[in-house]
Ligand binder design. Structure first.
Ligand SMILES: Cc1cc2nc3c(=O)[nH]c(=O)nc-3n(C[C@H](O)[C@H](O)[C@H](O)COP(=O)(O)OP(=O)(O)OC[C@H]3O[C@@H](n4cnc5c(N)ncnc54)[C@H](O)[C@@H]3O)c2cc1C
Length: 413
């Protein structure tokens, strides 16, 4: 008769694979099985970082994380850095100028292959096509029920099934619902690391434009967060990393969030006025259509000029009053958009909110049911764009894998 599984891991994504490797490192004699709903493990990993996998960041600190799990940095600091962890799997990583860590190969497949190779060496079993639907608790074991009615008995469970973001890669929040039946509660859930929707009529003519600038998130006149980077305009949303990093604010300030764009972040208002006066002098006989074309892509230049001046763009630049130039300078530095909400789950990279930090102890074990450990995005932790979410996945996976394996000490021969 085959031996009962010691540790079943629900979800073969970033945190589940890291948990499996660490659990076997700690307890080589344990039988560890990954139960993955899709036909292959790690599908989302292959899509990360535009296929390059931004697996960590050298600038790790608590300001980059949001959510109700209190010991995030303690967990990260108690596990190897991503560079060390993947170095031990034979992967060379390096950081770019912004501290974002990538595999030297620049290929996400390098990371997935390294994890799978090590898991295979350690005899971790991958069981794909198993969609966990319910967890039954018996006196001596758990039984994980699949949607097709199969029962999988095991001694311990690590839940690494992700959140709601990017359901095209297997994560639709179903396991969050499953855990509610185990006494867990969730914090407010909404898409994070995602574009932010604004009124489409305010974006007319801007679709496809990219511009460098500062993004500031305000609510009730209070500055909540600011970041400099590339802003992208779509027909219904603002996008780009600096916008993505504001998305987690939607859960607390829904309907009350304004994004202010400063499209000349490297100039103060007087320097910008100085520039506009020189242009007025140089291009005075041309039409106002040409006023900003030295500073912005043409469609953005036209948009700003139209929105600010409210007069015909065929008027000569020389006819503009100084107050009109100032009005334009003000708009360039304070282009406001009220946020309607985040983009859809399909466009989001991460889940803001999840299983509340109160539901797990300091070892990431469920308080309501001993023997079940949680890791990764299913917990209420979301990080900024730049490698912070995968770092949380690796660290929490290693941490939960280690604690889960150690909880079996004395039970295994
Ligand atoms: C397009 C994209 C790009 C990204 N790029 C980056 C990046 O460059 N850097 C970064 O730090 N973060 C990035 N992220 C975020 C990062 O990928 C996630 O935060 C991370 O993968 C979460 O790890 P996880 O193990 O918690 O969940 P996942 O990696 O989502 O894994 C969960 C697994 O559980 C499986 N599963 C779900 N339900 C069940 C079930 N009922 N039964 C069995 N299995 C189930 C899923 O199929 C999936 O394989 C990106 C995300 C996306 C969508």
């Amino acid at each position: 008769m085959s031996r009962i599984t010691d540790i079943a891991i629900i979800g073969g994504g970033a945190s589940g694979l890291a948990a499996a490797v660490e659990a076997k490192n700690i307890m080589p004699q344990a039988k560890v099985v990954i139960l993955e709903k899709l036909d292959r493990v790690g599908k989302k990993l292959l899509a990360t970082g535009n296929g390059r996998c931004n697996l960590s960041n050298v600038n790790m600190s608590f300001e980059h994380y949001h959510g109700s799990v209190k010991n995030v940095m303690r967990i990260i600091n108690s596990t190897p850095s991503a560079k060390e962890f993947f170095g031990s799997l034979g992967v060379i990583c390096s950081a770019d100028t912004k501290g974002r860590v990538y595999p030297k190969s620049n290929a996400a497949s390098t990371i997935l292959s390294a994890l799978r190779l090590r898991a295979a060496e350690l005899n971790v079993v991958e069981r794909c096509g198993f969609e966990a639907n319910f967890i039954e608790s018996a006196a001596d074991c758990f039984r994980i029920l699949s949607t097709s009615g199969e029962k999988y008995p095991c001694k311990r469970i690590i839940v690494a099934a992700g959140g709601y973001a990017a359901p095209q890669y297997g994560t639709d929040g179903s396991v969050i619902r499953l855990l509610r039946s185990k006494g867990c509660h969730t914090t407010k859930i909404c898409p994070a690391v995602a574009p932010l929707r604004v009124r489409p009529e305010l974006l007319k003519g801007l679709k496809g434009i990219r511009a460098k600038g500062r993004v500031m998130a305000y609510s009730g006149g209070r500055l909540l967060k600011e970041e400099v980077g590339e802003i992208q305009f779509t027909d219904s949303a603002l996008s780009g990393i600096c916008v993505f990093n504001m998305a987690h604010l939607v859960s607390n300030y829904d309907g009350k969030l304004t994004l202010r764009l400063d499209l000349a972040a490297d100039m103060d208002i007087d320097q910008l006025m100085g520039y506009l006066r020189i242009i007025q002098y140089q291009r005075g006989s041309h039409t106002t259509e040409e006023l900003l074309t030295g500073l912005f892509p043409r469609n953005l230049a036209l948009y700003l000029t139209k929105r600010s001046l409210g007069r015909s763009l065929t008027d000569e630049i020389s006819s503009l009053r100084d107050t009109e130039l100032r009005q334009l300078a003000q708009l360039i530095k304070n282009l406001d958009f009220n946020v309607l909400g985040s983009a859809s789950w399909k466009e989001a990279q991460v889940t803001s909110g999840g299983i509340s930090g109160d539901c797990v102890d300091e070892r990431l074990q469920l308080r309501s049911e001993k023997g079940i450990f949680l890791c990764g995005e299913i917990l209420d932790v979301d990080g900024d764009c730049g490698g912070y979410n995968l770092q949380w996945a690796w660290s929490s996976g290693i941490f939960a894998g280690r604690n889960c394996a150690e909880s079996l000490r004395g039970e295994l021969k």
